[in-house]
Unconditional design. Structure first.
Length: 181
């Protein structure tokens, strides 16, 4: 196995363009979430929004209640808008909608592509769609949502979806089972 020091030493011999390409490859490799090692095939969803298609892994081991309840809603059609308090994220406001799940695999600091379901409580029910630096919050303060989906294909388009929601307004979003994965 090659070490980071060896990679950096070899990178010194590359042109600036080659170094940029190497850096992008390393970042994409480091940010790619690993497939779960459960022995059974992972379940994937296809997410279509703003002209882009993403594939997301359902986190059935870590958030089984949320995954099962959300799977029952598929195909799921909504509107995605830019978040107000959470940073580089979009959200699907769901008001008083109840998925009837409790907190599981919850976080306030999702990574880019870690999709959260917030079951309601001190703020309204919602789905959070982070595309960059995010601290999940509402007007009443910090929240923690159930991390139930992880984008594994199309990560390079997440920021563009965020910009479209910010500058062009609400975007149609569809979640459906991915039968090709």
């Amino acid at each position: 196995m090659i070490t980071f020091s060896e990679i950096f030493d070899q990178a010194k011999t590359l042109s600036p363009q080659e170094r940029k390409e190497l850096a992008k490859l390393l970042i994409d490799t480091l940010e790619m979430p690993p497939e779960p090692q459960t022995g059974k095939p992972a379940e994937h969803l296809r997410i279509r929004v703003a002209g882009f298609t993403f594939v997301a892994r359902m986190e059935v081991e870590a958030a089984p209640q949320t995954c099962a309840a959300f799977r029952a809603l598929l195909p799921y059609h909504q509107q995605l808008i830019h978040a107000r308090w959470s940073g580089e994220a979009c959200w699907i406001p769901l008001g008083d909608f109840q998925l009837n799940v409790s907190s599981e695999n919850h976080t306030s600091y999702p990574s880019r592509g870690d999709i959260l379901f917030y079951p309601g409580g001190i703020s309204e029910t919602e789905i959070l769609f982070p595309y960059g630096s995010t601290r999940f919050a509402s007007k009443v303060g910090q929240l923690a949502g159930n991390h139930f989906l992880t984008v594994i294909d199309g990560m390079e388009h997440l920021a563009e979806v965020g910009r479209m929601c910010l500058w062009q307004g609400a975007q149609d979003i569809v979640f459906e089972m991915d039968t090709t994965a």
